[in-house]
Design a protein. Structure first.
Length: 252
């Protein structure tokens, strides 16, 4: 069955934008999109409307718990949500106190502020609509990275949270998918000065994610070689993995 009603945070660029366009092309009936940049968000909404979807865009900060709850509940009342993407995220840049706190606020609490209202809606729904929550983590969440301590820590947190939720809610028929991309072209990666192996275009990443959700793959991690390398380093003794990670180029 086609997924008709979809909500996406962080939809104004990168993976979020690519997902919105992918699902509009795939025939989604209703798209609810949020982001912090009004001009970029309007542009994404315009593209999706041209493809035939009804779009409601909202300029919103995912760290605002009450605003997120209100938005998600209103979206569900407009069209019963079937797929909710907790996708919004930021990179840290320089590890200043301000940047570190901002990273944790957005990448962890922004995810909670998206997932928890969606779960409340889905837990009490007993109808024909799908009930899917997809959480964007990162391959950086496989192990703490000296190159980006705060970013990797937040992504490790939401990866573990999503994996635990999947096991907790599968008996209730709620599908949870965790997404761990490698380097995907976006405004964030455009600022990187470090090497970015296997850099992927956002539209290709969106197609991989959508296929994984359709197949109900619990952990959608890609590209394969990067996933394998991250996993291998995560299971090595810390003295070895820490040595390797400490000598990788820093992400700025």
């Amino acid at each position: 069955m086609k997924i008709r009603n979809i909500l996406i945070t962080g939809a104004s660029s990168g993976i979020g934008e690519a997902l919105a366009i992918y699902y509009a092309k795939s025939g989604a009936k209703n798209l609810f999109l949020c982001g912090r940049n009004q001009d970029r968000l309007k542009n994404v909404a315009k593209k999706c409307r041209a493809l035939g979807s009804k779009v409601e865009e909202k300029v919103l900060d995912v760290t605002d718990r009450q605003a997120m709850e209100n938005w998600i509940e209103k979206a569900d009342q407009t069209a019963p949500l079937e797929l909710v993407f907790a996708n919004a995220g930021v990179s840290t840049g320089f590890e200043t106190p301000e940047n570190i706190y901002a990273t944790f606020e957005t990448n962890i609490f922004g995810v909670l502020n998206t997932v928890m209202p969606a779960l409340e809606i889905f837990r009490y729904r007993r109808d024909r609509y799908k009930r899917i929550i997809a959480i964007t983590a990162s391959i950086a969440g496989y192990h703490g990275l000296a190159a980006c301590p705060s970013y990797s820590a937040t992504k490790a947190c939401v990866k573990a949270y999503g994996e635990a939720l999947r096991a907790s809610f599968q008996k209730e028929g709620i599908q949870i998918n965790v997404i761990c991309p490698g380097f995907v072209r976006s405004r964030i990666t455009d600022k990187n000065t470090c090497p970015m192996p296997f850099l992927m275009e956002a539209d290709k990443a969106a197609a991989i994610i959508a296929r994984g959700i359709e197949k109900n793959t619990g952990l959608i991690a890609f590209p394969l070689l990067m996933r394998f390398g991250a996993y291998l380093l995560s299971v090595l003794p810390n003295c070895i993995s820490n040595f390797i990670y400490a000598h990788l180029p820093h992400k700025v």
